[in-house]
Design a protein. Structure first.
Length: 256
């Protein structure tokens, strides 16, 4: 049996299209994609929180959650924590709109100076994974909090396939547009596998990238507690910002 609190999120789609987009100006367009995918009840599978690859699930009708996470980057030649990313991302599914999850993320990037980005997002479940495989579609936009300028928009299709009672895989394919970038359009892809080590502990590994440039990845554990209402994620990653940096992420999701 898997644990009871599976986090979902269209927030991931918001997030990677957010402040990482400003980093993409320095390294590549991929940051805009990654944390963008940047996004539940039933099981403590991955998907949600600081994970990049999304699943098909949305919150149950009438349920809300708040995802928070802190990422520290270990840039070559720089001390760990010199560059970081903090995110707060609440989301809800209304009883009147079952199957549609609405979210809004705020993300602060510390990279020399500071940048605050806001990102609304929505995810619609088209087919639940309980039917053998799941499909959803996510859409998001990111805005510079100071100017209100649109930094990016994204459209992602997450697919979920339960392989065994313990193993589930997710695949993502999508499109990212950055109106002010040199490469204004990018194809995003991602794959994730998650394995339930225990009813309250899940191991996750994922890779992701775009149609140009190197891929990134991260792996870690999710602990589910408080009868499935709280998730704690600890992740280690490499190139999640589109550059050479390694990273460590601590995330907490609370649902009510």
């Amino acid at each position: 049996m898997l644990a009871e609190g599976r986090a979902t999120s269209c927030n991931r789609l918001i997030v990677f299209t957010a402040p990482r987009l400003s980093m993409a100006r320095h390294c590549a367009v991929m940051p805009a994609v990654c944390l963008a995918l940047c996004l539940m009840p039933v099981a403590a599978q991955a998907g949600g929180g600081a994970h990049v690859v999304d699943d098909d699930a949305v919150l149950d009708p009438g349920v809300c959650h708040a995802e928070t996470w802190l990422t520290l980057f270990d840039d070559p030649g720089a001390p760990l924590g010199g560059r970081g990313l903090a995110t707060v991302a609440p989301a809800c599914t209304l009883k009147s709109l079952p199957g549609l999850e609405l979210a809004l993320a705020a993300q602060y990037l510390r990279d020399g100076g500071g940048a605050l980005t806001l990102a609304p997002a929505a995810k619609l479940n088209l087919r639940p994974a309980a039917d053998g495989w799941g499909l959803a579609v996510s859409a998001a936009a990111t805005l510079d909090a100071g100017s209100g300028r649109v930094e990016s928009v994204a459209l992602i299709a997450p697919v979920t396939v339960p392989v065994t009672p313990r193993l589930t895989v997710h695949g993502n394919l999508g499109w990212i547009a950055t109106p002010r970038g040199d490469d204004r359009h990018a194809l995003f892809w991602g794959a994730q596998a998650e394995y339930a080590l225990a009813p309250d502990l899940v191991l996750m590994g994922e890779v992701f990238g775009q149609d140009r440039g190197p891929a990134g990845g991260q792996a870690g554990l999710r602990w589910v507690t408080d009868r499935g209402r709280i998730d704690v994620d600890l992740l280690a990653g490499h190139r999640i910002d589109g550059a050479r940096a390694s990273s460590v992420t601590l995330g907490v999701t609370v649902r009510r």
